[in-house]
Design a protein around this ligand. Structure first.
Ligand SMILES: Cc1cc2nc3c(=O)[nH]c(=O)nc-3n(C[C@H](O)[C@H](O)[C@H](O)COP(=O)(O)OP(=O)(O)OC[C@H]3O[C@@H](n4cnc5c(N)ncnc54)[C@H](O)[C@@H]3O)c2cc1C
Length: 433
């Protein structure tokens, strides 16, 4: 077994969390080493490149109310390249499309009465505006254990559930409102009320790639165990290109999804480990269709309804999101499956997913079948964090109790809500500590 003696700070994972941590710690004059299981940086910021087309197949955009992420983009000289995403979204109901722009107040696909009932949720969010930080879970005890779907049916109606709340939650988390906490939806509501979206024309991957260029990242390096003695981190065991290694260190930053933390930290108590297991992430496949030409219409995305037996939640055209990313101008249709359908389909063979996606697209765009050039499937086994009823207090307790382990620092999107800003903020807090 190879032994490294230097007491560097070890960072597990080269997603945005690990890379931002490395960047901030370097700025603070610390010596670091990043270990990444895969052979590329970025984690859930993923790209699919075909010819001269660049398609974001993980993280899609930055929200304009991000703070730390924008500072990072600025420091790396990327902020000036950001482009706003403007095209509207089309909600489908009974074969008819309803355009929804960012500042829509009255949703025409549901009756006026249902719009007014939806106002009750907006009002609840507005009343608690000061307490809602979309990028950090403060306690919202009175809302945390309320099931979102049941609440919407009680306070609003089925129209609001199916044509507003379900599409919103599937766009943000690729999940379903059933079992999800109302508190989570209130955070999301504040996020969409206070921001619009931007993206990088060279792909969202540009941010982690640029960070990784100047940081010491070892790829194909899987951390297997974090060693802790008498509540102090002492080292890490890992496999680098198949070879076992031990690195001695007294400080480790875990910048991986929470479920991974449960795997490589043997000192966790049973209750702590159960939190890492019970904290769920959405899982889903994504079918990406490269088309022979630009499809008709001037919308970026079509949103489908479960009431009409669609399995796909929505489809977005990457060539519309950012024209520079697809210079040919041909449509690149991304068919997203969400919630239960996503979980059922994620491990199905490619042809099953492709056939289903084709059938559903044909229902919306009849000429779709004849215009396909090629198709790729991307699978997300760790999508976005889900905030199920009951998880908030357990998560808070977990984050507090692991503080007993000296030299262990956690960075990730489970501190807030499914966004880069949450991750970068948690890296920033850790870097200052
Ligand atoms: C489809 C999709 C769309 C999204 N859209 C947006 C969006 O539009 N805007 C937004 O802000 N956020 C979005 N998100 C969320 C955002 O992508 C994530 O919150 C963020 O990328 C998480 O970063 P991370 O570094 O914490 O984790 P990850 O990106 O998961 O990185 C963790 C890294 O750790 C590595 N790793 C894991 N275990 C080990 C181990 N044992 N040893 C070594 N390495 C290990 C992994 O390979 C990975 O590279 C989206 C997520 C998905 C999936």
């Amino acid at each position: 077994m190879h032994m490294e003696q230097a007491q560097k700070i070890v960072i597990v994972g080269a997603g945005i969390g690990g890379l931002a941590s490395g960047y901030f710690l370097r700025e603070a004059g610390r010596d670091i080493a990043i270990y990444e299981r895969s052979d590329v940086p970025g984690g859930r910021i993923k790209v699919l490149q075909k010819g001269d087309s660049i398609v974001d197949v993980g993280t899609q955009y930055f929200h304009t109310n991000y703070v730390e992420t924008y500072k990072l983009l600025e420091a790396l000289g990327l902020k000036d390249q950001l482009l706003p995403i403007r095209p509207p979204v089309q909600l489908m109901r009974n074969g008819r499309g309803y355009l929804v722009k960012h500042n829509t107040i009255r949703y025409r696909m549901i009756p006026l009465g249902s719009n007014l009932k939806f106002g009750r949720i907006i009002l609840t969010a507005l009343r608690n505006f000061g307490r809602l930080d979309p990028y950090y879970n403060g306690p919202l005890e009175e809302f945390e254990d309320i099931d979102l779907a049941q609440y919407v049916l009680q306070k609003c109606d089925k129209e609001v559930l199916e044509f507003l709340v379900r599409p919103i939650i599937s766009a943000f988390n690729l999940s379903d409102p059933e079992g999800e906490s109302l508190a989570h939806f209130l955070y999301i509501t504040k996020q969409f009320l206070t921001s619009s979206d931007t993206c990088l024309p060279t792909g969202m991957i540009t941010l982690p790639k640029k960070l990784a260029e100047s940081l010491p990242v070892t790829y194909n390096a899987e951390v297997e165990e974090i060693e802790v003695k008498a509540n102090q981190v002492t080292g890490v065991r890992l496999k680098v290109g198949g070879e076992s290694r031990r690195v001695q260190t007294n400080a480790i930053v875990c910048a991986t999804p929470l479920k991974e933390v449960g795997r490589f930290l043997p000192v966790l108590t049973d209750e702590e480990r159960s939190v890492t297991r019970d904290f769920k992430y959405s899982q889903f496949p994504l079918a990406v269709f490269f088309m022979k030409r630009r499809l008709p219409g001037n919308q970026w995305a079509y949103v489908f309804s479960r009431t009409e037996n669609f399995k796909a939640a929505y489809t977005s055209d990457a060539s519309f999101k950012c024209t520079q990313m697809v210079p040919s101008g041909k449509s690149v249709m991304q068919v997203w499956f969400a919630g239960e359908a996503g979980e059922q389909l994620v491990d199905e063979p490619d042809d099953v997913i492709i056939q289903l996606a084709r059938r559903e697209m044909k229902r919306v765009i009849p000429e779709f079948e004849n215009e396909i050039e090629s198709v790729e499937i991307v699978r997300h086994h760790t999508g976005m964090p889900r905030y199920m009823v009951g998880i908030y207090p357990r998560l808070r307790k977990f984050l507090k109790s692991v503080e007993r382990i000296k030299g262990l620092y956690l960075v990730g999107d489970y501190y807030g809500h499914s966004t880069l800003e949450t991750v970068v903020r948690s890296a920033r807090r850790m870097g200052m500590g």
